[in-house]
Design a protein around this ligand. Structure first.
Ligand SMILES: Cc1cc2nc3c(=O)[nH]c(=O)nc-3n(C[C@H](O)[C@H](O)[C@H](O)COP(=O)(O)O)c2cc1C
Length: 382
C-alpha cells in the first residue's frame, strides 16, 4: 500500500466541523433499549449506579459476530479488571484472538468515554502478557466530580453518551460519493493517521475483490460456517435468551428474505448451500457500494497494540454517525491466509492492518438494532 493519505490541509475546517457540534438525531432515545428492553436492573454486588451505567455504555461496543467477548471482575468499587471470556472466542476464524482483543479495545474505549461522562477519569493498564490471558486490562476510576462543569462541557458529555448509544455498523445503502476531506480530518483527529482509499483508487478494486473472494473461501469452510451458526440468533426467543450474536436485523436481511430467515430457517441451515450462496451474493453486492475503504493499522502485534487499534477504530466509529458516514468492517480478508498475503503484497513491511472498513455516506442513517447482554450478565465480584 503506497497511497497513504496524509490529511494535513483542512485541519481547521475539520476542527470547525467537530466543534460546531453537528446535530444528532436524538438526545435521549436509545433504540436498543426500546427494542431489547431496558438494562436488567438486578443489583450487582460491589457496583454502584454510575459504575453500572459506565459498563452499560461500554457494552454497546461492536464485536466480531457480536460475540461480546468481555467480562468484568470487580476488585473494588473503583478498580475493575476487563476479562477476555474464552467461551466467546471464535477459534476457527480468529485463532490468534486478534479480533477478540480489537473488540475488547472498542469496549475499553466506550468504558473510558462513559467514565468521563459520569465524572470519572479511568486509569488504564494492559496486564495481559499473551493474547489468551483471561485478565486483559485493569481500570482504576478516579472521581472528578461533576460540580463545576460549564454548559459547553455538559453538552459535550451528553453528546458523547448519545454517540455511544447511537453508533452501529451499517452494511447497506452506502453511497458511492467519496469522503470529503474535512470528514477524513475529523476521523484522523479521533484516531491518528489512517489510510483512506477513495472509491476511484486501484486499491479499492483489490479490497472489493478480496472481500468477496475471502468471504467465499470462508463460506466453503465447514468449520467456519459451523462456528458462525452457533452465533446466529434468528428468532426473537433466541435474542431474548442470549442477547448477543448475529440477528436478522443486524445482518441487514430485510423484506421477504428477512421474514423467511427469521421464521422458517434454523441456525443449522447456515451450513446449507443456499445460505452460503446468498451470503456470497450479498457480500458481492455490498462490496461494490460505498465511497472507499479505510484501513486501520497498528504499530505492532502485541496485546497492547491490538487494544489500542480497537480503541482507535471505536473513536472513528463513534463520530461516524454525525458525519452521516456508515462503516462496515469486512474482516474475512484479514482472517484468511489468502487475503492476508494479498494485502501484505500491496503494502510496505512493518505495516499491520487490523481493520478493513468499507465506508460511505448514508442517506437515512438507520438506528442500532443489535442486542447486548445486560451488565449483570458479564460482571462479577472478585
Ligand atoms: C473486530 C471486528 C470485526 C468485525 N468483522 C465484521 C465482518 O467481517 N463483517 C460484518 O458484517 N461485520 C463485522 N463486524 C461488525 C459486527 O458484526 C458488529 O459490530 C456486531 O454485530 C454488533 O453490531 P453493531 O456494530 O451494529 O452494534 C466486526 C466488528 C468488529 C469489532
Amino acid at each position: 500500500m503506497n497511497r497513504r493519505m496524509f490529511i494535513q490541509k483542512g485541519l481547521a475546517a475539520g476542527a470547525a466541523a467537530v466543534g460546531s457540534g453537528i446535530i444528532l438525531q436524538s438526545c435521549s432515545r436509545n433504540p436498543r433499549q426500546m427494542t431489547m428492553g431496558s438494562d436488567d436492573s438486578t443489583p450487582v454486588k460491589g457496583l454502584n449506579h454510575e459504575g453500572r451505567q459506565i459498563l452499560y455504555y461500554a457494552s454497546l461496543a461492536p464485536s466480531g459476530h457480536n460475540s461480546q467477548p468481555w467480562g468484568v471482575r470487580l476488585e473494588s468499587e473503583a478498580q475493575w479488571v476487563i476479562e477476555s471470556d474464552s467461551d466467546r472466542w471464535l477459534p476457527v476464524v480468529d485463532p490468534d484472538n486478534r479480533e477478540v482483543l480489537l473488540s475488547l479495545g472498542a469496549f475499553l474505549e466506550n468504558l473510558v468515554t462513559a467514565a468521563e461522562v459520569y465524572g470519572y477519569r479511568a486509569h488504564v493498564s494492559v496486564i495481559a502478557r499473551t493474547r489468551f490471558d483471561r485478565d486483559v486490562v485493569r481500570v482504576c476510576l478516579e472521581s472528578m466530580g461533576t460540580g463545576r462543569q460549564t454548559f459547553t462541557q455538559r453538552r459535550d458529555l451528553r453528546q458523547k453518551k448519545v454517540r455511544m448509544g447511537m453508533r452501529r455498523t451499517v452494511k447497506s445503502h452506502l453511497l458511492s460519493r467519496e469522503l470529503k476531506s474535512p470528514d477524513l480530518v475529523c476521523f484522523e483527529k479521533q484516531a491518528g493517521s489512517l489510510y483512506y482509499f477513495p472509491r476511484s483508487s486501484p486499491h479499492t478494486r483489490i479490497f472489493q475483490e478480496q472481500a468477496v473472494e475471502n468471504f467465499r473461501i470462508q463460506s466453503e469452510n465447514d468449520r467456519a460456517q459451523e462456528e458462525m451458526s452457533l452465533w446466529l440468533r434468528l428468532r426473537e426467543s433466541a435474542i431474548e435468551k442470549y442477547r448477543d450474536g448475529l440477528t436478522v436485523a443486524g445482518m441487514e436481511i430485510s423484506g421477504l428474505s428477512g421474514w423467511y430467515v427469521k421464521h422458517v430457517m434454523s441456525p443449522m441451515d447456515a451450513k446449507g448451500e443456499t445460505f452460503r450462496q446468498k451470503g456470497i451474493e450479498k457480500t458481492a453486492a455490498q462490496a461494490k457500494e460505498g465511497g472507499g475503504w479505510l484501513v486501520i493499522t497498528s504499530e505492532g502485534e502485541s496485546v497492547a497494540d491490538l487494544i489500542e487499534a480497537g480503541r482507535r477504530f471505536q473513536r472513528v466509529a463513534l463520530v461516524a454517525r454525525e458525519l452521516g458516514i456508515g462503516i462496515h468492517p469486512m474482516t474475512q480478508t484479514l482472517e484468511e491466509m489468502n487475503g492476508r498475503e494479498k494485502v501484505r503484497k500491496h503494502h510496505h513491511a512493518g505495516m499491520n492492518p487490523q481493520f478493513m472498513l468499507r465506508l460511505g455516506y448514508v442517506q437515512d442513517y438507520p438506528d442500532p438494532v443489535t442486542p447486548r447482554r445486560p451488565v449483570g450478565w458479564f460482571v462479577r465480584s472478585s
